[in-house]
Design a protein around this ligand. Structure first.
Ligand SMILES: [Zn+2]
Length: 354
């Protein structure tokens, strides 16, 4: 019999408290055993660092990402922060656009008075020239004021900056911490990092069942070797698994995603109000670049409001007992199946290929 292909995994824990809790509850151990039995049937062998027998706490310590207070992924807060960030950006753009509009108006006043003075001068009408001097001076002062105002607004917006949601951005933080582990030699290329953590909120609670997502696979980044704040980010795929409410098959399921099986179908859209939908017309884009950008953003919001979201991502996989199907029996590794297509993905995965 040919030697089994190894699925090479490196386990990390968000912090030492998660590690201790996991070892007490044998959660990652149960997931590992499920994956071992499941993949064993397809000729794969699980190769786990630092091993999945709980109790080896001393050896495992260097696989904790941070000592305490590890990242707790909070999807709902992240979505909320993204929405707030958009609102803030919209307000900032509006303020700049308004300052810009006033500035243009004042510039127009000055231009008109200059033209009038030139015309009077060409006609040798000294009285008319004199009559434009005071208004031109006043208009110039207004223009200076508008210029200063716009500089102030732009400066303030720049100082405000965009919302800092780095504390919520667990993906970047995990990539950064995995980057540290790579530099320390704890993490190796050609292995798949599995980060055990606790999710603050379980998003995508499905109506049809009580199941909520407790695992996520983050695919490879578009830019390899990305630096962030001076740190090298792990750019290959990695998996997050919550140790709370986790299902035994969670690890086996996410491994297939990390091998390239697309994540669940995205949310769908349904037209909310047919009458509004058929009569919808985007506002024409006119004016300055800022005006146009703002109008285009308003058009986008208006258009989005015509739809309601239909949650997707429920039925994945053709067969009821496909490991990628959420509804499949999650307790028995011998009751789930791996499709031929998914097995091919596994064979070609960077963490499996010899
Ligand atoms: Zn999935």
């Amino acid at each position: 019999m040919a030697a089994a292909n190894k699925i090479r995994l490196t386990y990390f824990w968000a912090d030492e408290s998660v590690m201790a809790e996991d070892f007490r509850g044998k959660i990652s151990k149960k997931m590992s055993e499920f994956a071992r039995d499941f993949y064993g049937r397809y000729g794969f062998e699980l190769d786990v660092k630092p091993g999945y027998e709980p109790g080896k706490v001393l050896e495992s310590r260097r696989f904790a990402l941070v000592k305490n207070d590890g990242v707790r992924p909070d999807h709902a807060a992240l979505v909320q922060a993204a929405a707030e960030s958009m609102e803030r950006l919209k307000r900032q753009m509006q303020e700049i656009a308004e300052a810009d509009r006033i500035l243009k108006e004042r510039q127009g006043d000055v231009n008109r008075l200059v033209a009038r003075m030139k015309a009077a001068s060409a006609a040798h009408d000294a009285a008319a020239v004199d009559a434009t001097v005071a208004p031109l001076e006043a208009a110039t002062r207004q223009l200076e004021k508008a210029t200063t105002n716009k500089e102030e607004v732009v400066g303030r917006v720049r100082a405000e900056g965009s919302l800092d949601w780095s504390a919520l951005d667990f993906e970047t933080q995990f990539r950064r911490q995995l980057g540290f582990k790579w530099l320390q030699g704890v993490m190796e290329a050609k292995r798949l990092p599995i980060v055990f953590c606790k999710y603050v909120t379980h998003f995508l609670s499905m109506r049809e069942s009580t199941f909520s997502v407790t695992g996520n696979t983050f695919q490879a980044e578009d830019t390899p070797f990305r630096f962030f704040g001076g740190d090298w980010l792990w750019s290959a795929p990695f998996v997050c698994l919550s140790i709370e409410g986790a299902e035994s098959k969670g690890l086996a399921h996410e491994i297939v995603h990390a091998a390239g099986h697309p994540t669940e179908p995205p949310n769908g859209k349904r037209i909310k109000d047919l009458k509004r939908y058929v009569s919808y017309k985007p506002k024409p884009l006119t004016g300055s670049v800022l005006d146009r950008a703002l109008t285009s953003y308003e058009n986008y919001l208006e258009y989005q409001s015509l739809f309601e979201v239909v949650e997707g991502g429920y039925y994945a996989g053709d067969s009821m007992n496909d490991i990628m199907n959420y509804n499949a029996d999650s307790s028995d590794p011998f009751a789930s199946i791996l499709t031929d297509d998914d097995k091919k993905l596994l064979d070609g995965a960077i963490f499996v290929r010899p």
